[in-house]
Design a protein around this ligand. Sequence first.
Ligand code: HEC
Ligand code: HEC
Length: 218
Amino acid sequence: MIKTMSVYAALVIMMAFAGGASAETTIAGGMTAEGGDAKAGKEKAEACFGCHGEDGVSIDPETFPHLAGQFAGYTFKQVLDYQLGNREDDTMGAMAGMVETREDLSDISAYFASLKPVKGEPSGSKAAKAGADIYQNGNKKLGNYAACVRCHGEKGRGQGNNALFPIISGQSKAYTIKQMQDFKAGTRANDPASMMAMVAKGMTDKEIEAIADYLSGL
Ligand code: HEC
Ligand code: HEC
């Protein structure tokens, strides 16, 4: 508990200055890769390498996401969310608790952001083709306004440097399915303004599999 307090205190101070904006949008919107020191971060990130890899390429992508190339602000927000219990996972929750200060977290996030992102292998399957269509155009239920491309950018690479919208390309199919199902079931609910819940709840399991297949090949 003590360890998480220092980061939490920093968050409360930030929120005070931001005039009551929600915690999520304050952190994610305000953090950029320039905020931390990637070189210092490499040493501080040693405890992460056992699962996420020294080069940010996961040692078991079905279970642990790749972190290489992700926006620093996004990685920062996720670790903070695990600390605060806004995003729950026993393993990662324990790991997040080991990051003691806001500066350490900024540096670690900057380190992973500095690494070369993973490029997936297209499966060429029929499902992946269907996934590509959902990515660009949404589905019947959600309509075009909720198409992934609107928020996650071309080829899942995000929108410029906007850390609010993560890079979602190159993760394993299994990892993306888990996240989508977690958003759908509400067991993951740390998305600002429930943006992902609205999308995931409008998708069938088959559509989720298709989109995950497509994204794993980008
Ligand atoms: C023992 C394995 C393990 C270690 C070590 C570990 N993690 Fe994780 N991490 C996980 C798992 C499992 C998940 C996915 C949990 C889920 O589904 O929410 C995860 C997810 C994450 C995510 C979310 C990524 C995304 O795309 O949403 C971030 C960020 C992260 N870890 C950062 C770290 C950092 C920083 C460290 C080191 C301080 C670390 N992890 C150490 C297992 C680990
Ligand atoms: C209205 C905007 C919006 C749309 C449309 C949208 N997303 Fe997201 N998505 C977000 C935001 C914001 C987050 C970050 C949530 C957070 O901060 O934890 C996110 C997070 C995610 C994540 C979690 C990444 C990780 O590892 O933590 C996945 C996977 C994802 N989106 C997939 C999709 C897919 C697939 C679609 C289309 C079917 C889609 N999103 C459509 C806004 C959107």
